[in-house]
Design a protein around this ligand. Sequence first.
Ligand code: AMP
Length: 220
Amino acid sequence: MTTEPRFIVLLGPPASGKGTQAARLREMLDLPHVASGDLFRENLKNETDLGLKAKEYMDRGELVPDGITIAMVMDRLGRPDCADGALLDGFPRTIAQAEALDEALTERGHEISLVPCIAVPDEVLIERVSGRRLCRVCGESYHVKFNPPQQAGICDRDGGGLYQRDDDQPETVRQRLRVYWEQTSPLIEYYRQRGVLVEVDGDQSIDAVTEDLRTVVGDS
Ligand code: AMP
């Protein structure tokens, strides 16, 4: 595996499996996992100003404004553990965010090396999201039908209670998908033109998607 700095963006609609796959890839690549949604949820839990500002947008299934989001993610990428790269998940989600990221990386003499895009049909996403449950302690993601914990409602890793995200309610999910197609999917073309996009079929088992991603990441 190369030791060059690697900045990888995982692209895909809500519930395409980005978070689950990023957790697996992170171990393989030894890169920090920078997930903008997790950063917002952390701020929300700690009741910071940023978290309270973001909450109204998150609850409506809308994107948090670019200015706030870009500042938060750039702050995270500026920490020492990201010097050798990062696995970005949920960011960028707009062309303005992608341009800000390119600019920041160029200033540091880096660039995006790979953008795997996990493709899943909308109907499958809605079914997945409605059964998604997260651990209150470690954030591990489960699905009541497709990836259940050994004991219902309890995290296998640390025994934490599982909960459903407020924005995983069906109406909010439909809104999040609309937002994805309107504002985020143009990034597919943006990265394709830069020669870094690779599409991965996300409508397979979690392990099969991981295998495909392993191949893509290992080959790049
Ligand atoms: P996620 O966990 O990635 O699905 O994100 C949950 C919510 O956080 C999204 O629906 C948005 O409201 C907000 N969010 C996360 N990442 C971004 C981003 N890059 N730009 C704007 N809003 C974001």
